[in-house]
Design a protein around this ligand. Structure first.
Ligand code: CA
Length: 129
């Protein structure tokens, strides 16, 4: 079976490196983006299996990224954000995010949530066929 491909969208380089290093040690493939426009481009080109998305991006809000992805893809989107108000979580989930991790976060919790989304997504794909 192919290794799942994860798209990591985070403008903060140390956090981005933490996430990608963790994914690598857990045997995932990844691509990284530091801006919303890069993220949308990478998502279109590579069709990743899961997207990990920061909301506070320099060029466009992460919520808008979720909306744009959802107009053409059902890929699982897990938000990782420092915004911890309930209203922020609700807005992200209402816009089409599948899960929400508040910063600061534990990397093993992040991996567990990625696994959970992959499991569900693969099952959905299997039933659809
Ligand atoms: Ca950010």
């Amino acid at each position: 079976m192919n290794k799942p491909l994860i798209l990591v969208v985070e403008d903060d380089a140390p956090i981005r490196n933490l996430i990608t290093t963790t994914l690598k040690t857990q045997d995932y493939k990844y691509i990284a983006a530091a801006t919303a426009s890069e993220a949308l481009q990478q998502a279109t080109i590579h069709a990743p299996d899961v997207m990990l998305l920061d909301l506070g991006l320099p060029d466009l809000d992460g919520i808008e990224v979720i909306r744009r992805i959802r107009s053409w893809s059902a890929m699982p989107i897990i938000v990782i954000s420092a915004r911890s108000e309930d209203s922020d979580k609700i807005e992200a989930l209402d816009s089409g995010a599948d899960d929400y991790i508040a910063k600061p976060f534990g990397v093993m919790e992040m991996i567990a949530r990625v696994k959970s989304q992959l499991r569900r997504y693969m099952q959905l794909g299997a039933t659809a066929e």
